[in-house]
Design a protein around this ligand. Sequence first.
Ligand SMILES: Nc1ncnc2c1ncn2[C@@H]1O[C@H](COP(=O)(O)OP(=O)(O)O)[C@@H](O)[C@H]1O
Ligand SMILES: N[C@@H](CC(=O)OP(=O)(O)O)C(=O)O
Length: 457
Amino acid sequence: MKKTAKFGGSSVANANQIKKLTNIVKNDKDIRAIIVSAPGKRFKADIKVTDLLINLYKDYKQDSPSYINSLDQIILRYKDIAKELDLDLRIIDSFKDTLIGFLKNIDDDFYLENAIKSAGEDFNARLIAVYLEKVGLEAKYISPKDLGIRLEYSLNDAKILDISYDLIKKYENCKEILVIPGFFGYNDEGYRLTFSRGGSDITGSMVARGLSCDIYENYTDMTYIYSANPNMFYNPAPIKNISYAEMRELSYNGFEIFQEDAVQPLLDTNIEIHVKSTNNPDEGGTIISKDRTDISENPIIGISDVGAFTSFTLTEYMMNRKIGYIKNVLDIFQYMHIAVEHIPTSIDSVSILVRSSYIKDKSRKLSIINAINSSFDLDELDLNDRLKAIAIVGEGLKDKMSKALYIFSKVLDDINVNIEYIIQGASNNSLFIFIDKDDENKALKALYKSIYEEESL
Ligand SMILES: Nc1ncnc2c1ncn2[C@@H]1O[C@H](COP(=O)(O)OP(=O)(O)O)[C@@H](O)[C@H]1O
Ligand SMILES: N[C@@H](CC(=O)OP(=O)(O)O)C(=O)O
């Protein structure tokens, strides 16, 4: 049995958490590689090191003298950890030199921002490797460059190059435990590129595949992935098994516990992902695998608050006769780099639903409206920025869609919540219900109750 284990920000936030990680690695000889995130929050109001690094980059670029404070804050986080682990503090001076070196020597803003953001995981991996060796484990830090995490930047994101897996494979029989920083890799020119937020989960999947592991353990601060966000629900039902497809859908739609792109490297493998708690490693755990076998008992796996949406509804009589109309509308959104999520249509109208977070700026909203008005001869353009979406996900929906639609509409009607849009996901394992933002809380609670307490489906 061979395992890769990834430890998220909460699992490496301070010296005490790193000691827990060390015990997990010490007690499990199957763990051949660990991926670590940057130190996360130690308490609710704390700031993740990745966010401190982003502040450092911004302050520096704005010529704000407070960049020195941002730099000191970051260095202090590592110094506190190193002191408590009784490590040689000279390593911390080298971290400061590295950050200053990046700021002074990388001229390209894009590459500078990526290098600065990546430093959180890189410093932590270096520290943790030193500590593991100090307590007698055969461990070594390895940089994503040496390991072979190769990426390219396209369509606003860092994409994995397949050559990475062959390069990582060279370490398959390495006798030391590899300590690898998550969240970044290198492009062909040798520059660092970071994944989107939460991206250390992706590094974990890449390494698990490259090393041909049987299991990818993903350590976090939760004993399970729950069927609803535990920050919004008291004691939600734990998920024991979930499929890759269900996980990806839920991650994209609000379950921030696992990055939505992190299943992609494993799609052609049989590697299981076990999500476990660093604080409670011997209990619970959620298994994410290609398929799950309990679909008939648990047709629905999770319910999530997706967040705010805005709809642009264009009405033009005889729209149905104009072939290519929707494509022309979508061109406007593509030109403005705004992802479109859903497109309900009727004979003379089309609604374009986008996440409100993509158009936070009033001016951006206005530009869309102006572009639409100048491109089409509309009878009406209606904007609704009061929408909230709820996602209900489960492979069992495929065979129970009629019943699900009947039950969920009734549940919402009983509490006087009107459905603005209801959309069946194209993959048939999801259902999206759009309602007014004032109704969101009561709708979520009522739907959760009908699924998990009354087991209506
Ligand atoms: N359905 C869910 N089940 C468990 N945790 C969830 C869920 N939805 C959101 N979360 C949140 O995800 C957090 C863990 O994700 P994250 O902060 O990325 O962890 P890590 O620090 O391990 O990277 C939890 O603390 C919890 O607040
Ligand atoms: N540190 C990065 C990457 C990451 O994966 O972090 P975490 O494992 O804490 O979600 C972030 O905050 O986005």
